[in-house]
Ligand binder design. Structure first.
Ligand SMILES: Cc1cc2nc3c(=O)[nH]c(=O)nc-3n(C[C@H](O)[C@H](O)[C@H](O)COP(=O)(O)OP(=O)(O)OC[C@H]3O[C@@H](n4cnc5c(N)ncnc54)[C@H](O)[C@@H]3O)c2cc1C
Length: 596
């Protein structure tokens, strides 16, 4: 059974004990926010997600979406849940107040997203896409477009979609064929066929605002000739209500492995009326604003899945009776011990546990820095924050979704055959989480983004926000008795990362295929070292608190146990990653294409 209790205690730890939430509340934009407010919001979010969304997760998977005459119907209960989501103000949580949002930090928004993704990944895609579309519109839309669309999108009355993919063009958007023709009134007519469009058509909101990549007639070939257009399903009337139907139709929905309650649509744009967002031919710049927000959001999907996988597996491992503990019966009154006693089951549970807790700590660090990048007091502070977020966006997307999928897989393994059959509901987690490693740019493409775009600029300036705090922490804590061997472990892994960074940069400059061959392992290495740093800091915070008797003692002891497991059982992978990176491209590229 999918089991989920919102991890509020850990969220509080991450926000206020590991990271410094009060740093955010000193920013003018968040002057009315404090840790108590954050806690209350998350508590309420936890109730909504576990009481409203979780009960619809399995039924939504089994029923799926239906398409009839261009109309998509979401599974039973989704409309009502979406209504409650909007009425509860959840769609407006971290949206800008000038357009009707509540203006809370993105950090809180991301923690809400984690709970949404843990309880109902399919549901989460609908508001998730709206959020991403709003980012592009806010940054690049004209004042008229913003005033007309943002308030309705923030309230959730209207939702958003992101239309990039075409049948022949996935990763390589330069191949895109959808066309836009300028009209005398300043609008455009957009025509073309898009596939795989999440939330492209559904019955949850009264209008759907598509952000569509298309090519103008005079556009240069390739990626530099793409523009971004806003194309509403219904053209808004003067009074802001949805009016005439625009020329966009859902011609099919995909039948897919997971997230079955999320409508993945084929859309035909036929002379649809649209408005340019940003400058002509500069659509990728605007789309990247949306994609970066979505990439972080997809990473959080991995985190949510890791948490629900862990909790579901723990619940089962405590009740399933099989075999006896190797150390002698631990529950002699029972016919067998619960499987939680077995080391191999512990290996799986601890791996899921550190995946979820580690990603939460790292995700919060990135989210808080994103808030500083948006609202920081001075330009230097904002620029430094932007550099760090730019570096970590592909890491969060790829590492978290890899670990989320690994956790879902381990949950099935913990259940044994009962995990593989549908009755226990955990196989859904594997199916649902698999897509997160693919969409928003596959994880391989994230790794190329990291080594190709994020490392090189300004002599590696983006790395500073990560490397400097790690180096300073190691220097300050070498003799710290609370951390024992941990600092040496961190230093070794960090050393491997520094060497790998030098090699990737040096070899990649001479031969881009060398950077490509190292990319996926390098992303994992930088991710593991980031997690190791946060685990060491976690121990520094938790050890003194673990001595005080009280209800939190078990929490802090648990944190220390997680950190030790990470250092003993996960971080050693950094050594093999380094060796793989060092080996270079030779054996990978040795065979001729036709030798496969
Ligand atoms: C359920 C679902 C929902 C989706 N939602 C949306 C959506 O809302 N909007 C939207 O526009 N799209 C959406 N997509 C599309 C998704 O983003 C693409 O599927 C994804 O970007 C990969 O493109 P592709 O499938 O064409 O694979 P391809 O681009 O054909 O890639 C195939 C393989 O080759 C690798 N590859 C390709 N090019 C390179 C390269 N240059 N270097 C190294 N490796 C490379 C890839 O990593 C991958 O492993 C969705 C897809 C699915 C399945």
């Amino acid at each position: 059974m999918q089991t989920y209790t919102p991890p509020l205690r850990d969220m509080k730890f991450v926000l206020t004990e590991l990271h410094d939430f009060s740093r955010l509340t000193t920013l003018a934009a968040f002057s009315e926010v404090d840790a108590d407010l954050a806690e209350t919001v998350l508590e309420e979010g936890g109730k909504f997600t576990s009481e409203v969304l979780l009960p619809l997760n399995v039924s939504g998977d089994r029923e799926g979406c239906r398409l009839e005459n261009g109309v998509v119907t979401t599974p039973k209960g989704f409309r009502e849940a979406y209504r409650q989501f909007c009425e509860g103000g959840w769609s407006a949580l971290s949206a800008p107040p000038e357009f009707g949002g509540q203006g809370l930090p993105e950090t809180i928004g991301m923690m809400l997203s984690e709970m949404i993704c843990a309880t109902n990944l399919s549901f989460g895609l609908y508001p998730g896409l709206t959020g991403g579309a709003m980012v592009a519109l806010r940054k690049y839309g004209s004042e008229e477009l913003k005033a007309q669309y943002l308030p309705k999108m923030i309230s959730g009355e209207w939702s958003g979609s992101m239309c990039l993919t075409e049948a022949h063009c996935g990763t390589d958007l330069g191949l895109l064929r959808t066309k836009a023709v300028p009209q005398e009134d300043g609008t455009y007519r957009v025509s073309g066929a898009k596939i795989f469009i999440s939330a492209g058509e559904h019955d949850l909101s009264e209008n759907i605002i598509h952000l569509v990549l298309a090519r103008l007639a005079d556009a240069p070939a390739g990626i530099k000739g793409i523009s971004l257009f806003l194309v509403p399903k219904y053209l808004p009337r003067e009074d802001g209500t949805p009016g005439e139907r625009n020329g966009v139709l859902c011609t099919g929905i995909e039948h897919k492995m997971g997230i079955k309650a999320s409508a993945t649509c084929q859309l035909a744009f036929d002379d649809a009326k649209g408005w340019l967002v940003g400058a002509p031919h500069k659509g990728m710049q605007a789309m990247f604003a949306m994609m970066n927000a979505e990439r972080l959001g997809v990473g959080i999907q991995g985190l949510g899945i890791a948490e629900v996988s862990y909790q579901s597996a723990v619940a089962y491992a405590k009740e399933r009776l099989q075999g006896r503990s190797l150390a002698g019966a631990k529950y002699p009154a029972l016919p067998a011990d619960p499987i939680v006693v077995h080391p191999d089951v512990r290996r799986m549970l601890m791996t899921m546990r550190v995946n979820a807790e580690g990603c939460r700590a790292l995700g919060a660090w990135v989210a808080m820095t994103l808030d500083v990048a948006e609202h920081g007091a001075d330009e230097r502070q904002r620029r430094d924050a932007e550099d760090f977020v730019a570096l970590m966006t592909p890491v969060v997307k790829a590492l978290f979704t890899d670990l989320g999928f690994e956790s879902a897989n381990l949950a099935v393994q913990t259940y044994g055959g009962h995990g593989y059959i549908a009755d226990h509901e955990v196989e859904q987690l594997v199916r649902d989480s698999r897509i997160a490693m693919i969409y928003e740019g596959t994880n391989g493409i994230q790794a190329l983004d990291l080594v190709g775009r994020k490392l090189p600029p300004h002599m590696g300036r983006n790395l500073r926000g990560l490397f400097h705090p790690i180096a300073a922490f190691i220097a300050e804590n070498k003799e710290n008795p609370l951390l024992g061997e941990m600092v040496a472990g961190l230093e070794r892994a960090f050393g491997a990362l520094q060497l790998a960074t030098g090699q990737v940069a040096e070899r990649g400059m001479k031969d881009p295929e060398e950077a490509g061959a190292a990319a996926t392992d390098y992303l994992r290495l930088i991710g593991l070292v980031s997690l190791a740093y946060l685990w060491a800091r976690t121990v520094a915070v938790a050890v003194p608190k673990s001595f005080a008797a009280g209800p939190d003692q078990a929490f802090y002891s648990g944190k220390i146990a997680s950190a030790r497991f990470f250092y003993d059982r996960v971080l050693p992978e950094s050594a093999s990653l380094y060796l793989k990176i060092k080996a270079g491209k030779a054996s990978m590229m040795a065979l001729a294409d036709d030798a496969f």
